[in-house]
Write a protein that binds this ligand. Structure first.
Ligand SMILES: Cc1cc2nc3c(=O)[nH]c(=O)nc-3n(C[C@H](O)[C@H](O)[C@H](O)COP(=O)(O)OP(=O)(O)OC[C@H]3O[C@@H](n4cnc5c(N)ncnc54)[C@H](O)[C@@H]3O)c2cc1C
Length: 221
């Protein structure tokens, strides 16, 4: 299914023209982002927890300690809402009111299920690693049985989701275009800086290509 169905929960009310339910657009945002925020309610208390994630095919995976309240709640089938935001720029208008941001964001609703078998867990952990830094997995020690046992992996289906995208210059009130005020967009992006050796790294170990060539900015459209 190329387009996700628009549901009562995912129907955009404000500026719906910025919304899309196109699976390809939603997946492109998910695949570029490194972190998400997971919203859920436990005993009438809402929580919104930032964490890493990865998309594999039509599911979004989260992982962490078995002691995590978030993961335990998700495993138990609580309704969850996951958001992902890529900030692309500050939109600087002639009036304070029309200042905005350029962004690409996704909201996902659903109930998670857990990945129980070790082989499935290992595949997801590898996908996490590849999502964070391609080719790193093959350079490092794989998780051992104790580490696997201590890790909870859950996934949500990407069946009910929306994306919202703002691009372009500010939109000022017509009469404000006559003001002598600078207006435009200040682009922002996530960039790598020079890698810092671990203080306990033996001198003879060189920086691997996976780290040396890493540049998230290259992934931007
Ligand atoms: C970086 C950034 C800055 C923003 N700044 C502002 C701001 O200052 N003020 C402001 O009012 N809004 C801002 N927004 C937009 C905000 O996210 C909401 O879209 C908006 O406030 C509410 O729209 P709504 O009433 O249609 O959504 P709601 O009625 O609250 O949501 C209905 C459904 O629309 C979908 N939806 C809503 N927003 C998004 C989204 N951003 N991405 C994907 N799906 C979405 C969801 O499925 C949601 O359940 C910002 C967004 C981003 C990413």
């Amino acid at each position: 299914m190329k387009q996700l169905p628009q549901t009562e929960r995912t129907a955009l009310r404000r500026l719906p023209k910025r919304g899309t339910y196109d699976r390809e657009s939603i997946y492109a945002i998910l695949d570029e982002a490194l972190l998400c925020h997971v919203g859920f309610i436990v005993e009438a208390q809402p929580y919104v927890i930032p964490t890493g994630f990865v998309r594999v095919e039509d599911r979004l995976f989260l992982h962490g300690s078995k002691a995590s309240r978030m993961l335990k709640a998700l495993k138990d089938g609580v309704e969850a809402c996951v958001t992902v935001t890529l900030l692309d720029g500050l939109v600087l208008a002639r009036s304070a009111f029309h200042h905005s941001m350029n962004y690409r964001s996704v909201v996902v609703f659903g109930k998670a299920s857990s990945v129980e078998d070790d082989k499935g867990k290992m595949a997801v952990l590898r996908a996490f690693s590849e999502h964070m830094i391609p080719n790193r997995w093959d350079e490092v020690r794989e998780p051992n049985q104790n580490e696997l046992n201590a890790t909870l992996v859950v996934s949500l289906p990407l069946d009910e989701a929306s994306a919202k995208i703002r691009v372009g210059p500010p939109v000022d009130d017509e009469e404000d275009y006559a003001l002598s005020v600078w207006a435009g967009v200040l682009p922002l992006r996530v960039m790598t800086q020079e890698a810092i050796n671990d203080p306990r790294l033996p001198e003879e170990i060189q920086l691997p290509a996976s780290v040396g060539n890493y540049n998230r900015a290259n992934e931007k459209p």
